[in-house]
Design a protein around this ligand. Structure first.
Ligand code: ADP
Ligand code: MG
Length: 350
């Protein structure tokens, strides 16, 4: 820690805005043929080659979406890219380019930008996307990161939120609630640290859920898996705000209701045991926690056999007529309770 402090940090003014951009971006290469012109001109050029262009953007603000008290800048850069790629994956398109815009106060030296871009670079390599531009500016306080992701897909491949029909099955990838439990561990240890900076954080044994929170991955692999299984979902969305909230989005846009079975929600054992430590029902973490970045989709009942044995997929419910509403079927009792989205906001107000 002390050693770290002694290192001389470089103020951004030493490089200037243009020098900083050049310094951060010069190692990025264009890998996709659709990236015709990247950083350095007034705008980038993309060649969609007869495909449809899918675009999405997200802003992450310090103190609102992340806490630099326990989120390393490199992870922040990685995660900021991933959450955008997840939106492209949720359209069943292939992410190809990103633009990264940063506003930072003079509290952030060149080295801080370097760390963020290490994360951005890692994500670009891992997901085979090209950094083709962005914007850099100063802010009066704090750090704001805005990323735009671009993807390509055939018109017939693109999957929206509005295609669910009654009796369709509701399917989720991976497991849920881990990112939220990881956040609880980080916040607990951060509070302990603030009270006594000499205390060592107790993070051992929590690796999986910490990674779910700090270094989530986008399910860009699902498109190919579905193609191989010859399954085309009727609707799809990514889980950024929690299973309940996303299910209600599908319901809203498709004009159907859902029955969601609590006992079917896929949970990792570490999520279950950690929820126990916090006296929380792990299903609540899955339903309302968010940030898992798994995909939630619906398929026609005739496709059930094609996905039922696949380890990446779990059927957690089915669509009903809109008039029947949205309900959670409780584990054990089988009691129906209305599905409500508390999402993220409720947790912020706690
Ligand atoms: P302009 O004044 O025309 O907006 P800039 O000086 O902001 O141009 O940007 C010059 C080039 O650098 C552009 O290609 C822009 O997309 C790129 N760029 C600027 N900031 C960033 C950044 N933070 N990350 C990646 N590329 C950036
Ligand atoms: Mg600019």
């Amino acid at each position: 820690m002390l050693e770290e402090k002694k290192k001389r940090l470089t103020p951004v003014s030493e490089l200037g805005e243009f020098g900083l951009i050049k310094h951060l971006t010069e190692k990025f290469e264009l890998k996709n043929i659709s990236s015709r012109l990247g950083i350095g001109d007034d705008a980038a050029v993309i060649d969609p080659n007869n495909k449809k262009i899918v675009v999405s953007t997200d802003v992450l603000a310090e103190g609102v979406h992340f806490n630099l008290g326990y989120v390393p800048l490199k992870h922040l850069g990685y995660k900021a890219v991933v959450v955008n790629l997840s939106d492209i994956a949720a359209m069943n398109a292939v992410p190809t380019q990103i633009l990264v815009s940063i506003a930072a106060s003079n509290r952030f030296p060149v080295e801080a930008f370097e760390e963020i871009y290490q994360g951005v670079s890692l994500a670009c390599r891992h997901y085979n996307v090209d950094l083709i531009g962005g914007d850099t500016t100063s802010s009066n306080s704090g750090l704001v990161l805005s990323i735009t992701a671009i993807g390509l897909g055939e018109e017939t491949e693109i999957i929206k939120r509005d295609g669910v029909k009654p009796n369709d099955l509701l399917v989720v990838t991976g497991d849920l609630g881990g990112a939220y439990m990881g956040l609880q561990i980080l916040e607990r240890e951060h509070t302990v640290f603030l009270a006594n900076p000499n205390m060592q954080p107790e993070m051992e044994g929590y690796d999986y859920i910490l990674e779910r929170q700090l270094k989530p991955e986008a399910r860009t692999d699902i498109k190919k898996i579905l193609e191989e299984l010859k399954v085309k979902p009727t609707a799809m969305i990514d889980i950024s705000d929690g299973l309940a909230s996303e299910t209600l989005h599908l319901s809203d846009q498709s004009k159907v209701g859902f029955r969601l079975y609590e006992e079917k929600i896929p949970l990792d054992t570490l999520t279950i045991t950690t929820a126990g430590e916090f006296n929380l029902n792990p299903s609540t973490a899955a339903l309302n926690g968010g940030e898992d970045y798994e995909l939630l989709f619906t398929i026609g009942p005739e496709d059930y056999d094609k996905i039922k044995n696949h380890p990446d997929f779990t059927v957690i419910g089915h669509a009903v007529e809109q008039e029947q509403g949205n309900h959670l079927v409780l584990r054990g009792s089988g009691q129906l309770v209305p599905l409500t989205a508390q999402g993220w906001d409720a947790f912020l107000k706690k």
